[in-house]
Structure formats: C-alpha cells, structure tokens
Design a protein around this ligand. Structure first.
Ligand code: UDP
Length: 240
C-alpha cells in the first residue's frame, strides 16, 4: 500500500528495494514508468488533477528528497528513506550494464543527452546507449518513433515535472520500452554540466539550500517547500 502525502501515493521502499523493483519492471512485459516527486511536485499535484493522475499512475513513485520524508513522518506515516531519482537512476544503470540492456536518453538542451550517454557508457561498460534526443521538441510522434526504432529497453525522460510524467503516461506504451523514468534535471548532472550538492549538504537535508545558492532563480519554485510544510501541518490537524 502506498503512503499518501497530500494526495500523492509514495511507495515505501529502501533504495535497494526500489532498484530491485525497477529491474523487475524492466524485465516485465508492457510499459511501466517511475516518478520521483519532491515537495514542489506534490504541490503542483495539489493544484492539477491531470498532474496528480499522471504521477499516481506511475508503477513506482519514489520520494526524491528529504522534504517528502519529513512530510510523511509529520503525518504519522513514515517512509523508509529518501530515494532521489538521480541515485536510483545511477544504480539502475549499473544493473542495466550488467544485463546488457539498452537505454535511451530524452531531455535537456541540445547536446546534453548525447554527452550524458557518453559519460554513462564510459562509467558503466556494457551499457548500451540506444539513442538520445533533446527535450525541446514540438511533436511527440517523431520522438516516440525514434525511441521505438532504437529498440531501447529503458528511457530516461528528463523534461521537468509534470511535463515528463504526462509524457510518460501518454506515450510510454508506444515507445516499446519496458521502463521509463522521469528524472528532471538528471541528464544535466550525468553530462557533468550541473553539479550535485556535496554529500555534507544532502546528509543534513540541505541539498535544496545548496541548489538555491547555485541557482538563485529557483527561489520562486522553492517557495513551494514552505507551502508544502504548511499544507502537511493542516493535513495533520485534519487527520487527528
Ligand atoms: N527540459 C526539457 N524540456 C522542456 C523543459 C525542460 O528538456 O520543455 C529539461 C531542462 O533542460 C532540464 C530538465 O528538463 O534539463 C528539468 O530540470 P529541472 O531542474 O527543472 O528539474 P527538476 O530536477 O527540478 O525536476
């Protein structure tokens, strides 16, 4: 059973369990998709029924950061641990390389997905990069067809939320891939264009603060974090 945090249902898994589940889905017939919401996305889901349906429709919903973990604990329904999308993706890629699976990279600015592919291939020998495409396209059909033609087992869909979740819900099946993962800005990190916060910050639940210092223009989006905590407090009051 999923843990409900303000209308978004999270799977209560450790990182190892989440990766094992991702691997299982990758080897299961049909198309499956993974969402990795943070508090900002939970807030978007509160405002948009369409976004909420796309996120909750995922086969695996993983808490991307400390905010969701705190929220779930405040509501009296704790989650085991945070399972950030980028870390989940790193572990999954390692398993895919061992199994000789192929990965398609979709999203980010032109050139970034290719660069990410080269770096991933160098880091995980055995990984097959089926193809790459930037995230600034107008029509879905040619991109879906390119993925289908590539024969990819897995697609990292990095278009930002909730665009990527809506995209996966709509197009997942037609790509022919077994697993699609919505991973926000991960391709920028895999390509080495954006740095993740050093471990000190993430260990202390301050990755969001580090990111804010690096990219002050995110302040508008990040104001959703205190709003999320206010809504969790209100929900806690209602559940009493
Ligand atoms: N992006 C994209 N197409 C779009 C909008 C965004 O490919 O139409 C990419 C953008 O270049 C970035 C990623 O999606 O690589 C979103 O990054 P963001 O930091 O917003 O995502 P988060 O990790 O916070 O969800």
């Amino acid at each position: 059973m999923r843990i409900n945090v303000l209308g978004v249902g999270f799977d209560n898994l450790t990182m190892a369990e989440a990766v094992a589940e991702g691997q299982r889905l990758l080897n299961t017939a049909g198309a499956h998709y993974v969402a990795t919401p943070n508090p900002e996305i939970v807030e978007v889901c509160r405002e948009s029924e369409e976004a909420r349906a796309a996120v909750n429709g995922a086969d695996l919903v993983l808490p991307d950061g400390i905010g969701v973990i705190k929220g779930a604990a405040m509501l009296g329904t704790p989650l085991k641990e945070k399972t950030p999308g980028i870390e989940f993706a790193g572990h999954l890629v390692e398993k895919m390389a061992e199994e000789g699976k192929s990965l398609y990279l979709l999203g980010a600015k032109p050139g970034v997905a290719e660069e990410a592919g080269e770096r991933l291939r160098a880091k995980y020998p055995g990984l097959k990069i089926a193809g790459a495409h930037d995230g600034y396209f107008q029509e879905d059909a040619p991109v879906v067809e390119a993925i289908r033609q590539s024969g990819a087992d897995c697609v990292f869909v990095c278009l930002g939320a909730p665009k990527q979740e809506l995209w996966m819900a709509k197009n997942g099946e037609a790509t022919g891939a077994h697993l699609l993962c919505g991973l926000g800005g991960s391709l920028d990190v895999f390509a080495g264009r954006v740095e993740r916060a050093p471990e000190f910050w993430s260990r202390h639940g301050l990755e969001w603060f580090y990111r804010l210092c690096k990219e002050p223009s995110r302040i508008g989006r990040m104001m959703k974090l205190p709003l999320f905590l206010v809504h969790v407090k209100q929900e806690k009051g209602r559940r009493k």
